[in-house]
Design a protein. Structure first.
Ligand code: AMP
Ligand code: H2P
Length: 752
């Protein structure tokens, strides 16, 4: 969720997220503060290797995948654009698990990322706040009261977020759960002091661990506690800051709340307990990140009633008013009322959280054109008919600082030589590279940088994992969370098909290929884990077949994470973005590969559609069904057998998996994995120069996908705030990085 305070230059933007997938901080800080060269030089003088030092830092893995990394890119862009923006989230003691591969299977290890301390954070005990849970609702003379609650304290930790070369440092504030000192002593366990101290863990478990699900809703009580914890603590903090500001301090409470929406935007039920419904709507905006039905939150009413009894009553009240409005506009349309209700009946009664977000916000947006269309015309069609003006698109982006300057200095420098350095803050300038598409020297230099990146990555793999790959083969990379809709299984069928082609005709020329697949499976997602096992099994057979030799290698990249993405993406030739049309909301990995000079093999899904629009469809390898084809096929009924019967190579691959060819010790291992697949046709590159020209056309066309552009659009169309690119020079006395006792200092400034 997001929200902003104040429609003007003083506005504060609040980005609330259960995930901030920050990765490492050291190099990014040096780059954004313009200190990288000085630091490199100093470290070199000390006889040390800066890259070795950088590699010691743990990733801050407080996210699962694209959604959490988007939040991190947005923080960088908001600071770079000079918006007074705060990221608010949870300081998980354990981030996303570390993935180990044992005997070809995924095993999970706890991510104890704080073991050696975290030098980037500062605890702020002076801003600790209470959050209430459980209890009951009492009728009193002054109205309904929520009483007998259990209190957990929210202790904030601040991390600075520097903008790129603009003397601006924003704050990411993450809450840690602390038990009050009288926890379980006052009301319970009287006399059992030891047990009461041990029970403090129960309260502090709220911020213990990140839920490792990607695109999947699991209705766990602890997760609901996490969600309420971050919202309740953050809203109190925001209101406290507002009251202390020049807008809040001299006003009466009533007036404060009247001017609140102009100053804060994104969506919450908690707030209506404090503010009126229309103020809530004007304050919040809702961004939808997925349309997969199993990912959308539907909290059981019983659970909400137990944890937040008063909030449930308020949700019922909101629903009543909402349905009255719908009924007035669409009389006698009972089915529409059922579809649009916040409460889903039939079976377990549940609250549809997306419905609540839509009606409680002034804007609703998807994250790529195709996705925003689906949101508006399919998934939330009824709501768009009610309030069409709410619905918008904001295509995702990535920060060019981390995803080009930091991870691919060779390419960044080459680009700067041609078009200057301003593109780092205005990525649309990459279009100027177009005039070098036929420049032989530039073509050679671009392909040389790619080759260097590939050699470096190959050396890394050999050192860390003892696997040898051929750096002159094509690096075909499929890295992202393992999920059926992302179709790693289809990629695997393609690998088997290539293998069979080599075996059938070993003398026929074959473009040597190294297929690299990486990503974590949610620990409870059985099929995703089976897919990993299939990939490692196929790799075992292919990599050890002397007939195949150097032509084809299959690597499962262990423990894919932000810092590993920074290594593999610049070394990639071919980027796999092959989700079924209509399933991947946007994707952001696709953009990182495009910017780093990989060509995309992909479906017309998510932001791939706009990448093809920018670069020209002829500069991507687009294949597969379009969204209309998927709809038609769904109507007609999808019959996998038909494809199996029609396509002999596919039949062979499936038969091999079925017969235990890749798992001789356990021939029936993969039977269940075979139930779902789709097929595809590929185009192979043959001509190195033509390939690099396509690469240059892609880089030149990737300017749209900067998160700076995304944030500017949110600022203009949804938050009504103005980015201020030019910052006031720093004052003489340096200020405490997160000193928000200076209410007039919207962004904090650091003296270098
Ligand atoms: P996607 O759009 O699914 O390709 O993923 C978007 C981005 O999220 C990637 O480029 C990575 O930066 C990050 N990402 C996705 N999955 C993971 C993962 N398992 N571990 C670390 N980072 C990931
Ligand atoms: C999700 C979507 C992506 C989208 C991202 C950010 C939930 O992340 O599926 O398509 O780009 O949000 O909006 P993920 O990459 O984890 O699947």
């Amino acid at each position: 969720g997001w929200f902003t305070f104040l429609g003007s230059r003083e506005a504060r933007v609040y980005y609330l997220s259960l995930e901030f997938y920050m990765g490492r901080t050291l190099q990014n800080t040096m780059i954004n503060l313009g200190l990288q060269n000085a630091c490199d030089e100093a470290i070199y003088q000390l006889g040390l290797d800066i890259e070795e030092l950088e590699d010691i830092e743990e990733d801050a893995g407080l996210g699962n995948g694209g959604l959490g990394r988007l939040a991190a890119c947005f923080l960088d862009s908001m600071a770079t654009l000079g918006l007074a923006a705060y990221g608010y989230g949870i300081r998980y003691e354990y981030g996303i698990f570390n993935q180990k591969i044992r005997d070809g299977w995924q095993v999970e290890e706890a991510d104890d990322w704080l073991r050696h301390g975290n030098p980037w954070e500062k605890a702020r005990p002076e801003y600790m706040l209470p959050v209430h849970f459980y209890g009951r609702v009492e009728h009193t003379k002054s109205g309904l009261k929520w009483v007998d609650t259990q209190v957990v304290l929210a202790l904030p930790y601040d991390t600075p977020v520097p903008g790129y070369m603009n003397n601006t440092v924003n704050t990411m504030r993450l809450w840690s759960a602390r038990a009050p000192n009288d926890f379980n002593l006052r009301d319970f366990n009287v006399g059992d002091y030891i047990q009461a101290v041990l029970d403090r863990n129960l309260a502090e478990n709220i911020s213990r661990v990140l839920y490792p699900n990607d695109n999947f809703f699991e209705g766990k009580e602890l997760r609901l506690k996490q969600e309420y914890f971050v919202v309740a603590a953050t809203l109190q903090d925001v209101i406290r800051r507002f009251k202390a500001s020049k807008f809040g301090s001299t006003e009466s409470i009533r007036t404060i709340f009247e001017s609140f929406p102009d100053q804060v935007n994104h969506a919450f039920h908690f707030l209506i307990n404090v503010l009126a419904w229309d103020i809530t709507k004007r304050t919040f905006a809702y961004t939808n990140h997925t349309v997969l039905p199993e990912a959308l939150e539907r909290w059981p009413v019983d659970l909400v009633e137990k944890l937040l009894p008063r909030h449930l009553q308020i949700i019922y009240e909101i629903n009543q008013r909402h349905l009255d409005k719908v009924a007035a506009l669409f009389p006698n349309d009972i089915d529409r009322l059922r579809r649009m209700s916040l409460i889903e009946e039939g079976g377990v009664k549940r609250i549809n959280m997306a419905h609540l977000c839509i009606i409680g916000s002034h804007a609703v947006n998807g994250v790529a054109k195709i996705h925003s269309d689906i949101v508006k015309t399919q998934v939330f069609k009824d709501f768009a008919e009610l309030e069409p003006e709410k619905f918008q698109n904001k295509t995702n982006g990535i920060t060019p600082r981390r995803w080009l300057l930091l991870c691919n200095p060779g390419l960044a420098e080459l680009i700067a030589e041609k078009i200057g350095e301003d593109y780092v803050k205005d990525l649309s300038q990459l279009i100027k590279l177009h005039k070098f598409v036929n420049d032989d020297i530039f073509i050679r230099e671009v392909s040389k940088v790619k080759q260097e990146n590939k050699v470096k990555f190959a050396q890394y793999l050999e050192k860390e994992y003892k696997v040898k790959i051929n750096p002159s083969s094509m690096f075909d990379v499929h890295v992202k969370r393992i999920h059926e809709y992302k179709r790693q299984l289809m990629n695997c069928l393609h690998i088997i098909t290539m293998y069979n082609r080599i075996k059938r005709n070993p003398m026929k020329p074959f473009v040597p290929r190294t297929v690299i697949i990486g990503g974590k499976a949610a620990p409870g997602y059985h099929m995703a884990k089976m897919i990993i096992r299939l990939i490692t099994a196929v790799g075992h057979v292919v990599n050890n077949d002397p007939v195949v030799g150097n032509k084809l290698k299959v690597i499962f990249l262990e423990n894919y994470r932000v810092s590993l993405a920074e290594k593999v993406i610049p070394a990639t030739d071919l980027s796999e973005q092959i989700s079924t049309a209509g399933t991947e909301a946007s994707g952001t990995g696709n953009m990182k590969f495009m910017l780093n000079g990989a060509l995309t093999i992909g479906t017309m899904d998510g932001a791939n559609v706009e990448m093809a629009e920018e670069a020209g469809e002829e500069n991507l390898f687009i294949f597969g069904m379009r969204i209309q084809d998927v709809e038609e096929l769904d109507k007609k009924g999808y019959n996998a057998q038909e494809y199996y019967d029609k396509l002999p190579e596919l039949k062979q691959a499936i038969d091999q998996i079925k017969s235990g060819f890749f798992s001789p010790k356990q021939p029936d291992l993969f039977n269940e994995a075979l139930s779902a697949f789709k097929c595809c046709d590929l185009v192979y590159p043959q001509n190195a120069k033509e390939w690099t020209k396509m690469v240059i056309r892609n880089i030149a066309a990737s300017g749209k996908f900067s998160s700076d552009r995304t944030i500017k659009e949110y600022a203009r169309d949804i938050w009504n705030v103005e980015p201020s690119d030019i910052k006031i020079p720093p004052p003489n006395e340096p200020r405490d990085v997160a000193d928000d006792k200076n209410p007039n200092c919207t962004t904090q400034q650091v003296k270098l």
